[in-house]
Design a protein around this ligand. Structure first.
Ligand code: ADP
Ligand code: MG
Length: 622
């Protein structure tokens, strides 16, 4: 064995850099977070050769005083926390006090700053193995500039892992985009090789913020997104969720922020997946931009050096809150008067329609606000939620919420004010209008206030049948079917404990499970729709969900899958001739059905062709 020695400061910092400084984009992330923590509202970023040659971040924040500059470049030096108690409730993005020291150890870094209350600006640079800091006077307006040249010049092994200039710059853009979405008040300019690539203006009004989101996520997202605002106790969720029709093949449009910090988290991912379960085709991913705000004490941000992960003190409560809020928002998407807004299925929305998208978005919001006072459906419920905390009853266990969401909106037609309103200006024209013909045995054509409505008859009927089956099933038929021979399942002790603890939940879902020993369970009955062979894997999955997330919707999800298959087979097939009356019945049913806008596979069930679009075909100026 060799002798033990203390690492020199540069080497210690280089080792720490291994965790936080992976590539130019991670440098940018750390520098931007520092600028935000310093209260800046203008940030200029200059990048050369994908950040490998140069990264420069300039801000107009509080600046760093002469006496603090040396410390700013030292490891374990921070102005953001002083005690362990502070760590429990961190409200800043940084707090580990290692970013600048780490970056300085693997690049040529200069830090120039002018503090608010000081005349003179100073530039700091650290040198040698000891990283001794040298200060020289400089010219700089209030704020800070950090310049990072030749990243990894002294750590060739790391440099080898860098990709092409283009790839590295792409990652930088991603970091900037994530930040632009969460900090609306900050204006950001990003230049690459002396060319301005993004110039993002501060956004204060709702409309400006929507434009900013459209700019970052694409106008198509904004035109097919529903706003979410939901509060419960100390939790607040806001942002936008994409309609199921806007699902993606990759999970690449998912932005989630916890107290302003971009986070990847499996509790969150699971809650979102559950909320969309019913309306997305297998293998598709929802799109969303969501902000969760909660008491800093309720979340531990010190679980990962790059702070991409967090740990919630009560992850079950967070999970349930997210699931319920998003599930409601998604269920609220159904046809109504402002139909074209919520339901323009237009994946290739041309650029430059952002204004229109914002208008549609506004309409969508209004329409949701006025859809049906019936009180038993998620549509109006979603809106009523805004600005007030939910009652405990509303937030009861998922079972009851699930049941409530799936009650048929039987009184919707007579009571929907949007319809009433519509009847005033144009008597008796329902949102999806009246059927005029059937096309090719596949589509129903109908005329409404806006022009032509085209309905995919099979998809629409399938959704209606499915929702109906679910209501029937969950209201009455979650009956347990006793097994002739009880099935025994070998589990771990903790799983057996968990099954015992959640006995009530299982029996609500039609299972009856007894503990047969320290590590074995006995299933005595299963829900009537399930095959016995499906029971065991399902129980196992549910137990693992319960242990991991504190809740599970697997049983319902599985039953829903069976119902969906039944619905698909029970729905009108293509090429069946429908009478005009039959078509009208279908249209009215669609208006009443939750999630009527998508079929069970997340495809749209109908689309609006507006009169001006038809006029355009005939070059008719209106
Ligand atoms: P941390 O952000 O975890 O505190 P850093 O190494 O990133 O650690 O920064 C060290 C300290 O330098 C910060 O705590 C802060 O006081 C100061 N600092 C860094 N960047 C800036 C900036 N852009 N504006 C003002 N102060 C800064
Ligand atoms: Mg920092």
């Amino acid at each position: 064995m060799s002798r033990i020695q203390l690492l020199n400061p540069r080497l210690a910092n280089q080792i720490a850099a291994g965790e936080v400084v992976e590539r130019p984009a991670s440098v940018i992330k750390e520098l931007l977070e520092n600028s935000i923590d310093a209260g800046a509202d203008r940030i200029h970023i200059d990048v050369e050769q994908g950040g490998i040659k140069l990264i420069r971040v300039r801000d107009n924040g509080s600046g760093i005083s002469h006496d603090d500059l040396t410390l700013a470049l030292s490891r374990h030096a921070t102005s953001k926390i002083y005690t362990l108690d502070d760590l429990e409730g961190v409200a800043t993005l940084g707090f580990r006090g290692e970013a600048l020291a780490s970056i300085a150890s693997v690049s040529r870094l200069t830090l120039t700053s002018a503090a608010a209350d000081e005349e003179q600006a100073w530039m700091a640079q650290s040198e040698g193995r000891d990283m001794a800091v040298e200060l020289t006077p400089a010219a700089h307006p209030q704020g800070t500039t950090v310049e990072v040249r030749d990243l990894f010049f002294n750590t060739p092994a790391r440099r080898k892992f860098l990709r092409t200039e283009k790839t590295e710059f792409g990652r930088i853009e991603e970091v900037v985009r994530k930040l632009a979405l969460s900090h609306f008040e900050i204006g950001i300019t990003l230049r690459h090789n002396q060319r301005v690539v993004h110039n993002i203006q501060p956004a204060t009004t709702q409309a400006e913020q929507e434009r900013r989101v459209a700019g970052v996520c694409g106008p198509a997202f904004m035109s097919q997104a529903l706003p979410v605002v939901s509060e419960r106790g100390d939790f607040r969720l806001s942002g936008w969720v994409g309609l199921p029709t806007f699902s993606r093949s990759q999970a690449d449009l998912q932005h989630f922020y916890v107290n302003g910090r971009s986070i990847r988290d499996k509790v969150i991912a699971h809650a979102v997946r559950q909320a969309y379960q019913d309306v997305l085709m297998h293998g598709r991913h929802p799109a969303f931009v969501l902000f969760l705000d909660l008491d800093p004490d309720a979340v531990d941000v010190n679980v990962h050096p790059t702070k991409h992960e967090v740990r919630f003190r009560d992850s079950r409560a967070v999970h349930d809150f997210l699931f319920q809020s998003i599930h409601r928002a998604v269920a609220a998407a159904r046809p109504d008067n402002s139909a074209p807004s919520a339901q323009s299925f237009d994946p290739g929305l041309p650029a430059g329609t952002q204004g229109a998208a914002a208008d549609r978005f506004q309409q969508a919001e209004i329409s949701l606000a006025t859809t049906g006072p019936s009180g038993n459906s998620a549509g109006p419920g979603w809106r009523r939620e805004q600005g007030r905390a939910l009652t405990p009853a509303e937030l009861g266990d998922q079972r009851s919420l699930y049941g409530e969401l799936h009650k048929p909106a039987a009184d919707a037609e007579q009571a929907t004010p949007s319809l009433a309103q519509l009847a005033r200006d144009e008597p008796n024209v329902p949102p999806l209008g009246f059927a005029i013909a059937q096309l090719k045995g596949i589509y129903i054509l109908a005329e409404n206030r806006h022009g032509l409505v085209v309905v995919d008859m099979h998809a629409a009927h399938e959704r209606i049948t499915y929702e109906r089956l679910k209501v029937l099933f969950h209201d009455r038929n979650l009956v347990a079917q006793p097994l002739l021979v009880p099935a025994s399942i070998a589990v771990s002790q903790s799983e057996a404990d968990c099954a015992e603890q959640h006995g009530e939940l299982f029996s609500q879902l039609g299972f009856s499970i007894d503990r047969a020993g320290p590590e074995s369970l006995l299933v005595r009955s299963v829900p009537a729709l399930l095959k016995v062979s499906e029971a065991e894997p399902l129980v196992r999955d549910v137990l693992s969900d319960l242990q991991e997330y504190g809740s599970s919707r697997r049983i319902e999800a599985h039953i829903d899958e069976i119902l969906a298959t039944m619905a698909c087979h029970g729905s009108v097939r293509a090429n069946r001739r429908l009478s005009i009356d039959e078509m009208n019945v279908l249209l009215r049913d669609m208006e009443r059905t939750e999630r009527g806008g998508q079929c069970n596979h997340g495809r749209p069930t109908w689309t609006q062709v507006e009169l001006p679009e038809i006029d355009r075909l005939f070059l008719r100026g209106r």
